[in-house]
Design a protein around this ligand. Structure first.
Ligand code: GLA
Length: 388
């Protein structure tokens, strides 16, 4: 099995010229490898309160990324297949109204706290804070107006040689119940070889908790391409965090061996998804945090490899985070039509949300999610694309 890193990217380049305000198309039409063009910005609609939303387009190394200022949403991510044909591999909508009307976090930045906090309350330094119970009886993804529904300040990324976008948001003290003014910076970076890297940074003026992630739903056959259950997934995790019926971790770090959660050697996502294992029943499929064997690291280390068999796209994920939430699109129920006009059914996309573990504030043995003044929260996740 040979993995071609970017050997095919030039071929499909001409097909994806962007209709955007500003500079040259994101992909050069002469077949040359796109690298480092300046990001382009175009209007993408207006929120009910009159705020204008923009869509930014960035391309490098054969990957093209489209990002909304609303929610920092990855609205499209285009990569070539083994024959050089490009497709958008991320689920989402082609218009702002659908995102506002009700998106299950398609492509969005998640904060302040990715995943669930039990009963929507936590205690820090002796004080108890109450959060919205937007996933009854728990708080999910930062509350009912989390970072996924904020309009971010976006500008071209200006560190190093890579291209990309810098998104900033200042979350007010008390916003969604969380203490401290939190200044957040998220860099969406495309490297010269087409890797998609996300760097998160946050600082606070009062002790608080932070757990940021991105909620892109992928389908490596292309958005609207049907089920992802045939994608082969490998996760370098010997343990996972089992949950109760409301998807709150019990605190146990359970072995994946001899369970449907054993992805250590790679298997189709769907192979064991119909096992009557109590955890699969609670999750309606996979909706679980995997404890990465590498642990919390200063530099991103390999965590996941996922391969789509028909078109041959491969995505690898490296992260600094100690965990990753595998979500197999269990709540997609054919009520939403995505950007290609196709309806999304259960299992039509998967998420791999790199993170600290869910409900960490209630689990002293989990890696801490507390951020104190004077410290900087940092997290990096890299998605690399290849074909085989
Ligand atoms: C996360 C959660 C899931 C679900 C999705 C969005 O992945 O763990 O339970 O809420 O977000 O629908």
């Amino acid at each position: 099995m040979t993995i071609n890193r970017r050997t095919v990217m030039a071929a499909g380049a001409a097909g994806v010229a962007a209709a955007a305000v500003g500079t040259a198309p994101a992909f050069a039409s002469d077949g040359a490898e796109p690298r480092g063009e300046r990001p382009m910005k175009e209007p993408f609609g207006t929120l009910p309160d009159g705020t204008r939303v923009h869509r930014w387009t960035v391309a490098a190394g054969g990957t093209r990324l489209r990002v909304l200022s609303y929610g920092g949403i990855v609205q499209a991510l285009e990569t070539p297949d083994r024959r050089g044909r490009y497709a958008n591999v991320s689920l989402g909508f082609d218009n702002l109204e659908d995102y506002v009307a009700g998106s299950p976090y398609f492509g969005a930045i998640i904060g302040r706290y990715g995943n669930r906090i039990a009963r929507g309350a936590f205690t820090l330094d002796g004080r108890t804070y109450r959060l919205p119970l937007n996933d009854d009886p728990n708080s999910l993804h930062g509350g009912d107006k989390g970072f996924d529904k904020r309009v971010w300040d976006v500008e071209p990324y200006a560190r190093g040689r890579d291209t990309g976008l810098t998104l900033r948001h200042v979350s007010a003290d008390g916003e969604m119940g969380y203490p401290g003014t939190l200044r957040v910076r998220v860099d969406y970076v495309l490297t010269l070889r087409g890797d998609f890297r996300i760097d998160y940074e946050a600082v606070t003026d009062r002790p608080t908790i932070v757990n940021l992630t991105n909620h892109t739903y992928f389908n490596l056959a292309g958005e609207g391409g049907g089920s992802i259950l045939d994608h082969t997934l490998r996760i370098a995790a010997s343990r996972y965090t089992p949950v109760d019926s409301t998807l709150i971790p019990t605190g146990e770090l359970a072995a994946v061996a001899h369970t449907p959660f054993d992805f250590r050697h790679g298997k189709p996502i769907g192979r064991d998804i119909r096992e009557a294992h109590p955890q699969v029943v609670f999750g309606r499929g996979y909706d679980h945090n995997f404890v990465l064997d590498k642990g919390l690291t200063d530099a991103p280390q390999h965590a996941v490899t996922i391969t789509e068999p028909v078109h041959g796209r491969v995505m690898e994920i490296a992260t600094t985070e100690p965990g990753v939430q595998l979500y197999s699109g269990n709540f997609l129920d054919a009520t939403l039509a995505g950007s290609s006009g196709k309806v999304y059914r259960q299992g039509d996309g998967f998420c791999l949300e790199t993170q600290h573990f869910p409900d960490s504030p209630h689990q002293p043995s989990f890696p801490s999610t507390v951020l104190r003044p004077g410290r900087t929260y940092r997290s990096t996740t890299v998605h690399s694309f290849a074909t085989l």
